[in-house]
Write a protein that binds this ligand. Structure first.
Ligand SMILES: Cc1cc2nc3c(=O)[nH]c(=O)nc-3n(C[C@H](O)[C@H](O)[C@H](O)COP(=O)(O)OP(=O)(O)OC[C@H]3O[C@@H](n4cnc5c(N)ncnc54)[C@H](O)[C@@H]3O)c2cc1C
Ligand code: SF4
Length: 531
């Protein structure tokens, strides 16, 4: 039976409490990134005895100025998930549009008087302790069940370290994951006779490329209510909601993924690194946000991708590339986070301290690549991996931006941003602030790389070939300055010997002019000016 919600809560409907006053049952607490049909806290619970607790906390969402689209996704998906649970026979105590966690939790405990509370492990460091502390106020303890949004376990990374290796690369971890899951394996060997098809997967964009149309994503009642909620409570948060096109139900998420498998997967690999002015998605899946809230599971996506390959509808290089992103990079990032936190978040191996440049906030820059990517971050809360790494991240690395401030910026500006995934991607992969744990060398590049992999430079007021002079591309002088600034640090890294040699082979006057140009750019950035 369903009744209207109490006045002043939110529009919509909730189920009447079946066993509202029956004490001594189990409470299953589900948070906004645990919206998975595999949620392990539900597994093994008796539906007749359990109540699912879900709380929307506005205060929690205000801790950082999260992109509006991210908030819409989470609130809408939580409400849709609650409905799916009710349809499956669960009793859900849903607290919509509440200020904090504490008051609805107290109401829940007073009403249901649970004997036992369980929750699936939180993704972010400190999350389990925060829930447990809130429950202690009510003399309740928390049973934490294993995380179900991932394929690997901590033991897998630990075993690699136990073999005496000082560092574990993503590649070693990934091959183990292939063996463990049997994905793209023919007997004991990798499909196609190779683990890695990266060499086939670095094509620049070509003239006249065409892309499939975006699938139509329904905007159900929950999403419309969540849009209204976000506009009402978070008007000053960054980002546009626009024509909201992110799936918020499990069924819509599966349909969105299927559209990718049918229409984009085959060309995903070769153009994975390509960037195009005005074209956000190319052949990328745009599934990260759905994975990170739990609507999709990495294993089901990899299995589906493999089926597409085995049935001859996608090339191996693309399917391997996609599987590598999921059971390689995504899982590796997850394991690195949990192995190295909490100290990892504070690392700053290169001593970088420049504040986040002003144009990361307002998009107001003459640099064509930055302008285009920042525009799509504003519009979609999303940009593809190479734009994050080689346009936004590379600039922040070269300019020496503060790693913790950059992590926060990426975290709140992206719809798929969570602490567990941002910290290793920004501190580790992008800013090399971990001293080389995630990547053996910094992903530092001059305008050359962007010019080769995109069509941005052709429309830019800056010249990608020039290093000094007013219209010289800022990436160039900053690149060489970065190498020079860190010369001593990189001297022991064989993978940095080529750029160091190139720097030192330059004429002294040329080096002085480059460093002067870099110093001028950095001064302007430090003064809050744009470039
Ligand atoms: C600076 C920076 C910040 C990033 N922040 C996030 C983030 O907050 N959340 C996030 O999910 N990813 C993050 N990534 C990783 C990656 O860029 C995104 O997962 C990807 O761009 C999402 O788009 P997609 O779904 O189309 O991915 P695709 O290119 O289609 O790849 C498929 C999937 O692989 C996974 N994946 C690939 N690379 C990574 C990686 N390095 N870390 C984790 N998962 C990966 C994602 O789940 C992604 O959906 C970041 C990367 C960088 C360089
Ligand atoms: S010239 Fe430099 S700033 Fe302009 S688009 Fe190319 S890389 Fe970006």
């Amino acid at each position: 039976m369903r009744v209207p919600l109490r006045k002043g809560r939110r529009s919509g409907w909730i189920a009447v409490k079946r066993n509202a006053t029956k004490p001594g049952g189990t409470t299953v607490w589900i948070t906004g990134d645990q919206l998975s049909p595999r949620n392990s806290a539900l597994a093994g619970c008796d539906r007749a005895d359990a109540t699912v607790l879900m709380i929307e906390s506005l205060q929690h969402a205000r801790q950082l100025p999260h992109h509006k689209r991210k908030l819409v996704l989470i609130y809408a998906a939580m409400r849709a998930y609650a409905d799916d649970l009710r349809r499956a026979g669960w009793h859900v105590d849903y607290h919509a549009e509440r200020e904090d966690f504490e008051t609805p939790l107290a109401e829940h405990v007073a009403t249901y008087r649970p004997a036992h509370v369980r929750a699936m492990a939180q993704s972010d460091f400190g999350g389990n302790e925060a829930l447990a502390a809130a429950l202690r106020e009510h003399e309740l303890t928390l049973e934490v069940t294993p995380h179900a949004n991932f394929v690997s376990s901590a033991e897998e990374l630990a075993q690699l370290f136990a073999r005496g290796q000082a560092r574990v690369t993503m590649e070693t971890f990934y091959r183990n994951m292939r063996r463990k899951t049997g994905l793209l394996m023919d007997g004991g060997e990798p499909a196609g006779g190779a683990w890695n098809f990266d060499a086939d997967n670095r094509k620049p964009p070509v003239r006249g490329m065409s892309f499939p149309p975006e699938p139509r994503v329904p905007v159900p009642e929950h999403a419309r209510a969540a849009i209204a909620l976000v506009e009402k409570h978070f008007p000053d948060h960054p980002g546009a909601i626009g024509d909201f096109d992110i799936p918020t139900t499990r069924a819509d998420a599966l349909a969105y993924a299927e559209d990718f498998f049918v229409n984009r997967l085959d060309r995903f690999g070769p153009y994975e690194d390509a960037m195009l002015r005005g074209e956000a998605r190319l052949y990328h899946s745009r599934l990260s946000a759905l994975l990170n809230v739990g609507l999709l599971h990495p294993l089901e996506l990899c299995e589906r991708a493999e089926l597409v390959y085995r049935s001859g509808h996608a090339r191996l290089a693309s399917v391997e590339g996609f599987v590598r992103q999921l059971i390689g990079w995504r899982e590796f990032i997850w394991q690195v986070y949990w192995r190295l936190m909490p100290e990892y978040r504070l690392r700053n191996a290169l001593g970088a301290d420049l504040p986040v440049p002003s144009f990361y906030r307002d998009g107001n820059t003459t640099m064509a690549c930055q302008r285009d990517v920042l525009r799509r971050v504003h519009q979609l809360g999303w940009a593809h991996h190479i734009e994050r790494l080689m346009v936004l991240g590379n600039f922040a690395l070269l300019a020496g931006c503060d790693p913790q401030a950059m992590t926060d910026w990426f975290w709140y500006m992206f719809v798929d941003g969570y602490d567990w995934v941002m910290v290793p991607n920004v501190i580790g992969m992008t800013l090399h602030a971990d001293g080389g744990f995630v990547g053996t060398k910094p992903y530092a590049a001059s305008a050359n790389y962007i010019n080769k992999m995109s069509n941005y430079c052709g429309s830019c007021a800056y010249d990608p070939k020039k290093v000094v002079g007013e219209n010289a591309c800022p990436y160039n002088a900053l690149y060489w300055d970065f190498i020079a600034r860190n010369e001593r640090r990189f001297a022991s890294n064989p993978r940095m010997s080529l750029p160091l040699r190139n720097w030192n082979s330059k004429d002294r006057d040329v080096r002085t002019a480059i460093r002067r140009r870099a110093s001028d750019l950095l001064e302007r950035l430090r003064a809050g000016e744009s470039l």
